[in-house]
Design a binder for this molecule. Structure first.
Ligand code: GCU
Length: 136
């Protein structure tokens, strides 16, 4: 198995800004989704075909969930919950398992409420069973 870490600040943003004003992020910052429905972060993931584990690292300093629609290559997969983490400096992960095609794939999170998404730090991608141990 193998895993790679993709930084949200390197992804394609459709309504969001890169910031670094809350501690604990990895890389050079995180994405602050615009506080509107539809604001989105899109990663390009190169992988072999098959089941792939995704771990989104995020913070949500509010008490209100910031759900996001997860799509892979434009196809809806599910809506992921991003509940509050206590404050904007406390980061945790939200997991999903998706099926990718061989080669280049898009993995997109789009906010479904007017609050927008959480602050998003990174996406860890595990193929061939990678990252499975942290999914439960
Ligand atoms: C605060 C916080 C931001 C966060 C925003 C939000 O402004 O500092 O990092 O993105 O709230 O509610 O989305």
């Amino acid at each position: 198995s193998s895993s790679v870490l993709l930084q949200a600040e390197d992804a394609v943003l459709a309504g969001g800004v890169v910031e670094a004003n809350h501690a604990g992020y990895t890389g050079s910052g995180f994405v602050n989704f615009d506080n509107v429905a539809g604001s989105a972060v899109q990663f390009t993931v190169t992988a072999p075909s098959g089941p792939t584990n995704l771990l989104f690292r995020y913070a949500n300093g509010t008490a209100v969930d910031r759900p996001c629609a997860l799509t892979v290559n434009g196809a809806p997969v599910t809506t992921l919950s991003f509940p509050g983490t206590g404050n904007w400096d406390t980061w945790t992960t939200r997991a999903a398992t998706v099926t990718l095609a061989a080669g280049s794939n898009t993995v997109r999170l789009a906010a479904t409420t007017a609050n927008g998404g959480p602050n998003l730090d990174s996406l860890a991608v595990g193929t061939g069973g990678g990252l499975a141990v942290v999914l439960d």
